[in-house]
Design a protein around this ligand. Structure first.
Ligand code: PMV
Length: 337
């Protein structure tokens, strides 16, 4: 039996979003239709332990202290399919025991799949005796979840769309380390429910039916250029503009799908408007939201108290998480529970 390898990977939030896959119906490589740029978050993370055990007759997967549910068996299948990729790389057939824990609600638009598959990629490859580069790890993590490719790195990160059919040029890289621009982020949790339509399904529906999807794709490279420049020059106004635009453009493309996808609730919209009001009053803050109802406020580190005060006063905001920029995936000592 191999020794259990435990790692921590942090969640990330995309400033310029990815939505949609590039390879039509054959989606096994999970290649995004567009590139994306994100911030890795220190306070939201997954801890995962993996051990390959010759006595196992199938992969075992335990997420937190969750009782076995039908979604648990779906999760196990997804983890097992990912472990098959690792077994192929390592040339082994042994099954694995995976213990994992998120320190935040799972599957509710807080990017648990990003930190989850980044942690699994690092823990499983090391437990299988492989020593992959960060680029190779991001290519592997991407096959579990597109955004996971970015959580391999800390700070500001770009995931390239790539052009090659085998996906070898579709990997993430660090644009700037955590120390470059110490921004803060406040997550306003407006619901802890698991989302009804997964990102994977939502992307397919948008790609296949939304009349706005082609415009989303063609306008995207410009957003990436703007965000890269804003990060490099630490220009908060420009970052705000491109971040809110990319978020709302992604949601607009989903809302125009058939059947339409609306991940927001009333508090989501109120929080977005309150953040814009705060910015108009001179506070450097902007919002983004993934495929879920939570709102993420990105702000200058010294504006965090004002932002928290505004968000906590909104009816329907249940909880706030305060984050700074986080580090890349790394080894840990134990699976926190
Ligand atoms: O990582 P996935 O495949 O679950 O997709 C995530 C997509 C968004 O979170 C909505 C946007 C992004 O770039 O993270």
């Amino acid at each position: 039996m191999s020794e259990e390898v435990v790692v921590v990977a942090h969640s990330n939030i995309a400033l310029v979003k990815y939505w949609g896959k590039r390879e039509g119906k054959s989606r096994h490589l999970n290649l995004p239709a567009v590139g994306s740029i994100s911030m890795t978050l220190d306070a939201l993370f997954t801890t995962t332990g993996v051990v390959f055990d010759p006595d196992l007759r199938r992969d075992e997967f335990v997420l937190g202290a969750a009782p076995a549910t039908s979604s648990a068996s779906k999760d196990r299948e997804r983890v097992s399919a990912f472990l098959d990729l690792v077994r192929d790389l390592a040339g082994i057939e042994t099954f694995a025991r995976v213990r994992t824990n998120n320190n935040f609600p799972t599957g509710a638009g807080l990017a648990s799949s990003a930190s989850g598959f980044a942690a699994l990629a690092l823990a499983a490859t090391e437990a299988a005796g492989l020593d992959l580069s960060q680029k190779e790890l991001s290519i592997l993590a991407r096959q579990g979840s597109g955004s996971a490719a970015r959580s391999i790195y800390g700070g500001f990160v770009e995931l390239f769309r790539g052009d090659l059919a085998d996906g070898t040029d579709c990997y993430a890289t660090q644009l700037a380390p955590e120390s470059h621009w110490p921004l803060a982020l406040v997550v306003a949790v407006t619901s802890s429910e698991k989302k009804h339509v997964s990102s994977r399904e939502g992307m397919e529906r948008t790609t296949d039916t939304s009349p706005y999807y082609p415009a989303w794709i063609t306008s995207h490279p410009n957003d990436l250029d703007d965000a890269r420049r804003a990060i490099e020059t630490k220009d908060f106004d420009s970052l705000s503009e491109v971040t809110e635009s990319s978020c709302l453009k992604m949601h607009a493309s989903m809302m125009a799908a058939r059947p339409p996808l609306l991940y927001w609730n009333g508090a989501t919209t109120t929080a977005m408007q309150e953040i814009q009001r705060l910015r108009r009053s001179g506070v450097p803050v902007c919002f983004t939201a993934d495929a879920g109802p939570q709102v993420k406020a990105i702000c200058a580190a010294d504006a965090i108290e004002k932002v928290e005060k505004t968000l906590s006063a909104i009816h329907g905001v249940h909880r706030l998480f305060r984050c700074g920029l986080g580090s890349g995936a790394h080894r840990a000592t134990d699976v926190a529970s």
